[in-house]
Design a protein around this ligand. Structure first.
Ligand SMILES: Nc1ncnc2c1ncn2[C@@H]1O[C@H](COP(=O)(O)OP(=O)(O)OP(=O)(O)O)[C@@H](O)[C@H]1O
Ligand SMILES: [Mg+2]
Length: 351
């Protein structure tokens, strides 16, 4: 991995054996992250975003079978594959919370109701930074102040239920940042918040990113938020990345019909956000017994009958830092892929 790279997710597959059959919610995902950059992972509910980002920290349920590589460029150890580590072992625990940390959509997931907020933030500090309790508390208070928790000393001794939603989100962010991580995974960190608090939290994350030069993996279904936050975007559909590029490219020149559909749902500034709006008809199918076809076929307004329902397009580069997986895309690289798929189908049909 290049020196300026921090993370490289390579051919990540996750399957879950269920009573009804084998679910394959993540199917060959590839993306990377440079040091200090914000990479977005965008897509509708159920497309595999959370499973993907939780795989990085090896915190998916045991029944999730994962393959591929998750290469992390560690300062101390060089390139390591996080997927080869024992999910409960000492090595991954040394990375989790210290070098790579996560903020969750629902802050109550991150906190136990039984301990004070301060106690829980300091736990990470004691584990990874210093054994000195007084110092650990100072560090925690410092971060709590930094994320805008007023009266931090008093707040330190309060329990999660005494915090409002926005404050708890801030507390979770301070817990994630207290060890100065190299990578922050933010899984829909502001979905549950109202718009003004959301804007404050996003601003805060950007500031902290500058201070720490950390990479952020930003998961959301909201392309409006992506525009504010991300340097590069990966659009995910039914367990695959279907389009990937710089934020500018994705906004100016979206190629995949799914990305264009998501664009139609970008919230205008000042618009009241009431629910998840989508202009794309239908829902993400269940990732079980999937036919060999483009995953978006059923919902796509650009689909080519007899092709998109019989072959699955791969991501191909259409411009520097811009890739798309679509047979209907007019770029020469996509046309070449289309011709090869048509030839394969002709041969299958004996034509
Ligand atoms: N433990 C599990 N057992 C069974 N199915 C699961 C499990 N975890 C995830 N899934 C399924 O895998 C698919 C992808 O889930 P995932 O949580 O990654 O979606 P997501 O993109 O994060 O969606 P959201 O935007 O709703 O958070 C979904 O269909 C989900 O129901
Ligand atoms: Mg999720």
């Amino acid at each position: 991995m290049d020196d300026n790279m921090i993370l490289h997710v390579k051919d990540l597959n996750i399957s879950i054996p269920l009573h009804e059959g084998l679910l394959t919610p993540v199917r060959g995902v590839n993306f990377d992250m440079k040091k200090g950059e914000t990479v977005g992972l965008v897509g509708e509910s159920g497309c595999g975003k959370s499973l993907t980002c939780r795989a990085i920290l090896a915190i998916n349920e045991k029944k999730c079978k994962t393959s591929g590589n998750i290469l992390y460029n560690s300062d101390e150890k060089g390139e390591i594959d996080l997927l080869t580590m024992d999910p409960r072992g000492k090595d991954i625990r040394a990375i989790r919370g210290k070098e790579i940390s996560m903020i969750f959509q629902e802050p109550m997931v991150a906190f136990s109701p039984l301990y004070t907020i301060g106690n829980q933030i300091t736990e990470a500090t004691l584990l990874h930074i210093t054994k000195d309790k007084k110092k650990a508390k100072e560090i925690s208070l410092d971060v709590m102040k930094k994320v805008g928790i007023a009266n931090a000393e008093k707040r330190y001794n309060q329990y999660p239920h005494e915090f409002s939603g926005g404050m708890l989100q801030r507390a979770m962010i301070s817990m994630a940042l207290v060890c100065n991580p190299k990578i922050l995974i933010a899984d829909e960190p502001t979905t549950a918040l109202d718009v003004t608090i959301q804007a404050q939290i996003l601003e805060l994350m950007k500031e902290m990113q500058k201070d720490f030069n950390m990479g952020i993996l930003f998961i959301t279904h909201d392309l409006g938020v992506v525009a504010k936050m991300c340097d590069r975007v990966n659009v995910m559909y039914l367990g695959k990345i279907v389009e990937s590029g710089t934020t500018e490219k994705i906004y100016e020149d979206p190629e995949h019909p799914y990305t264009r559909g998501l664009m139609g749902s970008v919230h205008k500034i000042g618009q009241k956000k009431t629910e998840r709006l989508f202009s794309i008809e239908g829902t993400v199918p269940l990732a079980m017994n999937l036919p060999r076809a483009c995953g978006f076929y059923e919902r796509c307004d650009a689909r080519i009958e007899g092709l998109c329902d019989r072959a699955e397009p791969e991501l191909v580069e259409v411009a520097p830092e811009h890739s798309v997986a679509c047979f209907a895309c007019p770029h020469p690289a996509c046309k070449a892929q289309r011709a090869a798929a048509e030839e394969m189908i002709r041969r299958e049909d004996g034509r």
